[in-house]
Design a protein around this ligand. Sequence first.
Ligand SMILES: Cc1cc2nc3c(=O)[nH]c(=O)nc-3n(C[C@H](O)[C@H](O)[C@H](O)COP(=O)(O)OP(=O)(O)OC[C@H]3O[C@@H](n4cnc5c(N)ncnc54)[C@H](O)[C@@H]3O)c2cc1C
Length: 278
Amino acid sequence: MNTREYFLPQSVNEATQLLAKHGPFMLVMAGGTIAMPLINEGISFPQKVMGLRRAGLSYVTKPNGKITIGAMSTLTQMLDLKEIPILQEAAHQVGGWAIRNMGTVGGNLFAPPPAGDFAAALMALDAQLKLVSTAGARIISLTDFYTGFMTTALSPGELVTEIQVPVPTGKTAYLKYGRKHANTPAVVTVAAQIELDGEGVTNSRIALNAVGPHPIRASKAEEILSGSPLNPTTINMAASAAAEECEPFSDAIATEWYRRKMVEVYVRRTLTKITDRR
Ligand SMILES: Cc1cc2nc3c(=O)[nH]c(=O)nc-3n(C[C@H](O)[C@H](O)[C@H](O)COP(=O)(O)OP(=O)(O)OC[C@H]3O[C@@H](n4cnc5c(N)ncnc54)[C@H](O)[C@@H]3O)c2cc1C
């Protein structure tokens, strides 16, 4: 089967109308770094394709205390986000330059594991997504967006148009571990934001990637830290809780067993990096 129709809407309004009209037979294409290989290898045969490149979704704005990122902004654009170093670091860790130049922030939310390295950083920052359809707009937290392996809370006819990120009030750190130093799929990725009042942790968000069906929160580790001092004892406890609660898988890159071991190591290193920044 060949792709018979290609649409290039000039606005979100036009895009959602096209989506409402053509629905499930139409593939939404952002940067195409995931979608195009599937088409080229004959795995996906979309009859209709809608490219979002001209829909006006490539922007970064900075209203009070928040950064709003249009879903079509590329990962390369994120390297300029000086206000949120953890997002610069996360963008730098996705693929090589070609992938970062084409791949979008919106597309990374849909990336199958072990991809999703940028989404993990967004999750640690409590990012909210704006979903838009012809019926209107709604806001959902990125944590609630994921419902399972390759499934999300996106309803038919909806697009992710914007990612809203509160400027972090806590200390942040990000570590990705892969088989190579650069341009490598993750064995595990850890993103953390910790708020401290003196020595005590008042709020913590720890997100893990490549060790679950999608980027996940390490909620038991977060609970352990809450109200406790951030020291080697609590860090070790949180790291082993994260290793227990994650849901790793085996693939060509690493076994389930190895990924779990590395979660403990990398959660510990990420939290220790935060203590070093005090
Ligand atoms: C060689 C290579 C290396 C890679 N390395 C990494 C890596 O290290 N880390 C990592 O995280 N990822 C990696 N990736 C995966 C991918 O490139 C990135 O995750 C990228 O951000 C995907 O964005 P995209 O715009 O290209 O997605 P696309 O391929 O355009 O989109 C993927 C799917 O997401 C959906 N979609 C996209 N945008 C929207 C939207 N706004 N609304 C609704 N649905 C939407 C569509 O259904 C679409 O089919 C790699 C890919 C390749 C090919």
